[in-house]
Design a protein around this ligand. Structure first.
Ligand SMILES: NC(=O)c1ccc[n+]([C@@H]2O[C@H](COP(=O)([O-])OP(=O)(O)OC[C@H]3O[C@@H](n4cnc5c(N)ncnc54)[C@H](O)[C@@H]3O)[C@@H](O)[C@H]2O)c1
Length: 235
């Protein structure tokens, strides 16, 4: 019987790579994106878990990955955007885990693998909502790991540095404005400034790590951040 994984943000850069890699590893993937369900709402999170279970009859892993970024100083940070960031990056992983919990426990090898960020471990200016939500989701993952231990569920937070995806490409202009720099200097002087290795990650590198954590070799890794951050948090 093939195992089933629910992946959100599945048509994005990292999500697409995760779907491709898990399918190559013979997972059945229930892939959802914003056209299927706006995961900032409680009802949508319930609906995607229900749909996955009714389509496949089981759920062995959830990969909450959907996300977006907003760059603005605190004094100008739109309150509605703060609410949406927390709803998608923090509350959606909680709701997906809650609604999928029984199925993940029934799997015997249930996995919750949240795509968090290096920003779960360290902050940057102008990203109050994103950084707060990503730090929060690491706390959620630790709690899920403690509660999941006795029913065979592991929980991890993958923490990538900058990855070559639309989420990063679209923030270069916003960062240029916030930092008062020309766009061509933003990548090196702002985004990659704190990374020891001065390159973007490829989505497939993150997907390979997720596949490792979801596979049998990942069974002992739980309740932790798993950085793939090109030396960023070594500083
Ligand atoms: N790109 C990076 O550098 C980077 C680094 C660290 C962590 N991450 C995290 O990786 C995850 C994926 O990001 P990405 O870089 O692939 O971005 P992306 O923009 O390519 O993909 C994000 C996906 O989320 C979906 N989405 C947005 N709002 C949604 C909503 N309300 N409901 C459902 N789906 C919604 C989008 O449609 C999109 O397909 C995010 O959680 C992001 O924070 C990205």
């Amino acid at each position: 019987m093939r195992k089933v994984a629910l992946v959100t943000g599945a048509r994005g850069g990292i999500g697409g790579a995760i779907v491709e890699r898990l399918e190559a590893d013979e997972w059945t993937v229930h892939a959802v994106d914003v056209d299927d369900a706006d995961l900032t709402t409680r009802e949508a999170n319930k609906a995607v878990v229900d749909a996955a279970l009714s389509a496949h009859g089981r759920l062995d892993a959830i990969v909450p990955n959907a996300g977006f970024q907003h760059i603005a100083p605190v004094r100008d940070f739109p309150e509605e955007t703060w609410d949406r960031l927390l709803a998608l990056l923090l509350t959606s992983p909680f709701l997906l885990a809650k609604y999928a919990w029984e199925a993940l426990a029934a799997s015997g090898e249930g996995r919750v693998c949240v795509i968090a960020s290096a920003h779960a471990l360290t902050a940057s200016p102008f990203k109050a909502g994103y950084v707060a939500a990503k730090h929060g989701v690491l706390g959620l993952v630790k709690t899920l790991a403690l509660e999941g231990a006795e029913v065979g569920i592991t929980a991890t937070a993958v923490c990538p540095a900058y990855v070559r995806t639309p989420l990063v490409e679209t923030q270069i202009a916003d960062q240029a404005k916030a930092h008062g720099l020309p766009a061509e200097r933003v990548l090196e002087e702002v985004l990659l400034e704190r990374q020891a290795v001065k390159r973007l990650l490829e989505p497939s590198e993150v997907a390979d790590l997720v596949a490792f954590l979801l596979g049998p070799t990942g069974s002992g890794i739980t309740g932790v951040a798993v950085p793939i951050d090109l030396g960023w948090t070594a500083r």
